[in-house]
Design a protein around this ligand. Structure first.
Ligand code: PLP
Length: 389
């Protein structure tokens, strides 16, 4: 535990929350949390359930209604072939990841993690006694990992790959060919592939999202992590899923039975409400996030000289400090700390994702905050550049 760090996004969020509590206006570009009212299908289903007035422990694996709906939803949207028995309901996608790594990794085994990575992956691996093996990717190559990159980092201790498509923080989407090549390498070296697909429903570009689960020949080695958090705008309900081979789901359920016991039954019924109207609820969130993305991009381009890379999915822009005119500062932590302390602008430093010299903006806040926040940022940067030149 001593080697672990608090999630960087959570830390910056805490600083932002403290300022807010003191009555200050904060421009929160740090939290990837869709600020949007829950769709009425979610609320209605959960409220209807409260009329029962009696809530015993739910099944550890999740309520059967939800497990079936999840299998159906993923089969339709991701062209997979899962059944209820292939689904475990977890406390968010985060616990899904933790459960998989904790249950399947032996101490000192290595987990390949392409960088930039989601902030929690390395620490989850460390908590399970494993070793994160970071595999860098580069903006010149579209931030994509290739089969060749993997080959250079695989050794006899390699056990798993955490593959995040659609990617936080870069929004990268992989093609069918690219995924197929990566899975072929995983098969050759006997790697388990954790395919983190929690942004599969927030994709803004054609040809759209391709799931690792849509390759039947690799079915046995793939564990998909899914979540209601982003796809249905339900972060606070804490409902996520693992989809994978039935024997692995049973092993993860044992771990869950000795830890969380499962997910709040009211949250599970809220998730049932989302999944009964999955297309409508997802479109409601996605179209709102698309509008915020477009506003973020147009406001950014009206203020800063260098265009940002096209955002294909998720809720983020991963931006080099140099493109904002900050030429003599490459330390993303110092930059982010300065901005929250002096201008109430919350960003996440690139180091949290394994790449310095960048910051991540989330555009999941309400539109007026995005617009005004970018103007405040522009003023702050003008001042900084003035101070340092
Ligand atoms: N995976 C990725 C890539 C994420 O960005 C997040 C949350 O930000 C998660 C997993 C976990 O999400 P949750 O636990 O809310 O389902």
């Amino acid at each position: 535990m001593k080697t672990l760090s608090a999630s960087a996004t959570v830390t910056i969020n805490a600083m932002a929350a403290k300022k807010k509590m003191n009555g200050e206006r904060v421009y929160n570009f740090a939290a990837g949390d869709p600020v949007i009212n829950n769709h009425h299908s979610i609320i209605n289903r959960a409220v209807r359930q409260t009329e029962k007035k009696f809530f015993p422990y739910p099944p550890v694996e999740g309520i059967p209604e939800l497990r079936s709906l999840v299998a159906e939803w993923v089969n339709i949207t991701c062209l997979t072939q899962y059944a209820k028995e292939n689904v475990l309901v977890t406390c968010g996608g985060k616990f899904a990841l933790f459960a998989i790594v904790y249950a399947l990794l032996q101490s000192n085994e290595e987990v390949l993690i392409p960088a930039p990575y989601w902030v929690s992956y390395p620490d989850i691996v460390k908590m399970a006694g494993g070793t994160p093996k970071v595999v860098p990717t580069y903006s010149e190559n579209g931030w994509k990992i290739t089969a060749q990159d993997l080959l250079q980092h695989i050794n006899k201790s390699s056990k798993m790959l955490i593959f995040n498509n659609a990617c936080n923080p870069t929004g990268v989407l992989y093609t069918k060919r690219e995924i197929s090549d990566i899975l072929a390498i995983a098969k050759k070296f006997g790697l388990i592939v954790i395919s983190d697909e929690v942004y599969s429903g927030l994709v803004y570009e054609e040809p759209g999202f391709i799931s690792s689960g849509s390759f039947p020949e690799h079915r046995e080695r793939i564990l998909i992590v899914q979540s209601c958090s982003k796809n249905f705008g339900m972060t606070g309900w804490r409902v996520g899923f693992v989809l994978g081979p039935e024997d692995v789901i049973k092993r993860l359920a044992v771990l869950q039975s000795q830890s969380t016991t499962g997910v709040s039954v009211i949250s599970q019924w809220g998730a049932v409400g989302a999944l009964e109207n999955a297309e409508e609820v997802n479109s409601y969130v996605k179209e709102s996030m698309r509008k915020r993305k477009d506003l973020f991009v147009s406001s950014y381009h009206s203020l800063f000289p260098t265009p940002i890379e096209k955002i294909k999915s998720a809720l983020y822009a991963f931006v080099p400090l140099s493109s904002m005119g900050v030429q003599n500062m490459t330390d993303s932590v110092a930059f982010s700390e300065l901005l929250i302390a002096s201008d109430n602008i919350a960003l996440v430093p690139g180091t949290a994702f394994g790449v310095d010299g960048y910051v991540r903006f989330a555009f999941s806040e309400q539109e007026e905050n995005i617009h005004q926040g970018l103007h405040v940022l522009k003023h702050a940067i003008n001042r900084l550049v003035g101070e340092t030149s």
